[in-house]
Write a protein that binds this ligand. Structure first.
Ligand SMILES: *[C@@H]1O[C@H](CO)[C@@H](O)[C@H](O)[C@H]1NC(C)=O
Ligand SMILES: *[C@@H]1O[C@H](CO)[C@@H](O)[C@H](O)[C@H]1NC(C)=O
Ligand SMILES: *[C@@H]1O[C@H](CO)[C@@H](O)[C@H](O)[C@H]1NC(C)=O
Ligand SMILES: [Zn+2]
Length: 305
């Protein structure tokens, strides 16, 4: 019996590795580096109330480190129990329209409404708004709601997550990134970030994150910071971020790219600054959301700008 069980579990492990390899290139989501930076940037901007709520909601062994679980929604999206979350990482918009319309586009492939990244941000935000009511009689698991909100705020800022339907946000546009095979979606999820790290930051994610933070605390994005944080209604601001993404996907992602070609220096140099800005915006806006959700209600709901 023992032997058999071992065989089954190692078979399961092999299958897991196998599936991981098959599924990863088709995955949709900032790479783990993108999500980790988004969440660390956000956590550094939390006010005391929000920082405390986040620490209370996270499993205690993490010592309040949100970024450790920001990629959790990518890890569980293929589990049976969480299969419903799979369409929540992206939005498919009509080919070449370069627009996002919530009522037209925010649904899963069966047409179920609100099942897209903008709907999910709104959903988990409204769940978290019940945090202040206390622990009794909670309908939702607010730990999960926090992890989903933090992850999807990253995803909605990845321009190719709001892409065209027939190419699955660039996933089916196969091409080369310098010398190796990739696809257009993955170039935006991860390749550009990895090349940035290798070329300019000694492969050190912390160094890159500090440089991004420096550029909005006192640098090229300082003047834009207030406008990034503008949001009158937490339940609909993600629509704005999705519109920004599809506009960038058209202007910078798809523009001039044909499947089978090789993307290299020219594409990298012009797109890197856009991706860095999107990571910064995702982090700043996640902090703005968490500060408003958990902050002192007397200070009002819209962020001072
Ligand atoms: C909202 O979250 C609940 C679970 O907490 C889930 O059942 C529902 O499908 C979610 N809807 C969206 C649009 O995310
Ligand atoms: C909430 O979800 C987390 C992650 O799935 C789980 O570890 C935890 O036990 C859940 N909490 C409750 C109260 O169900
Ligand atoms: C920060 O700004 C400097 C100065 O413009 C620029 O060279 C650098 O690439 C920026 N860093 C990031 C990560 O955007
Ligand atoms: Zn994702």
């Amino acid at each position: 019996m023992m032997g058999r069980r071992l065989t089954f579990s190692s078979l399961g492990f092999v299958l897991f590795i196998f599936l991981t390899f098959i599924l990863v290139p088709k995955a949709r989501g900032w790479s783990k580096e993108g999500h980790i930076m988004t969440c660390r940037i956000a956590q550094n901007l939390l006010e005391p109330e929000a920082a405390e709520a986040v620490e209370n909601l996270l499993p205690h062994n993490l010592k309040g480190d949100l970024s450790a679980l920001c990629i959790w929604p990518d890890q569980i999206r293929h589990w049976y129990k969480y299969r419903w979350t799979s369409p929540l990482h992206f939005i498919d918009t009509p080919d070449n329209a370069c627009t996002f319309d919530y009522s037209r586009d925010c649904h899963d492939q069966h047409g179920l409404k609100n099942m897209c990244v903008a709907g999910a941000i709104s959903n988990f935000t409204s769940q978290l708004l019940h945090y202040r009511e206390g622990t009794a009689d909670r309908r939702y698991n607010l730990t999960e709601a926090l992890l989903f909100l933090s992850h999807f705020m990253g995803d909605v800022h990845q321009p190719m997550h709001v892409g065209f339907t027939s190419d699955e946000g660039g996933n089916t546009i196969e091409l080369r990134w310098f010398r190796h095979k990739s696809n257009l979606h993955h170039v935006w999820d991860r390749e550009i970030i990895l090349t940035t790290l290798a070329d300019y930051y000694e492969k050190d994610v912390d160094l890159l994150q500090k440089d991004i933070e420096g550029n909005f605390t006192d640098g090229i994005w300082f003047d834009d910071l207030a406008s990034w944080k503008e949001c009158d209604d937490l339940l609909s601001c993600a629509n704005k971020y999705a519109v920004e993404s599809i506009n960038m996907a058209c202007k910078w992602g798809y523009k001039g790219v044909e499947s089978g070609e090789t993307l290299s220096d020219e594409y990298f140099d012009s797109r890197m600054p856009i991706i860095m800005k999107r990571i910064a915006q995702g982090g700043v806006r996640l902090a703005m959301y968490l500060n408003q959700i958990f902050g002192n209600p007397k200070e009002g709901f819209s962020s001072p700008t």
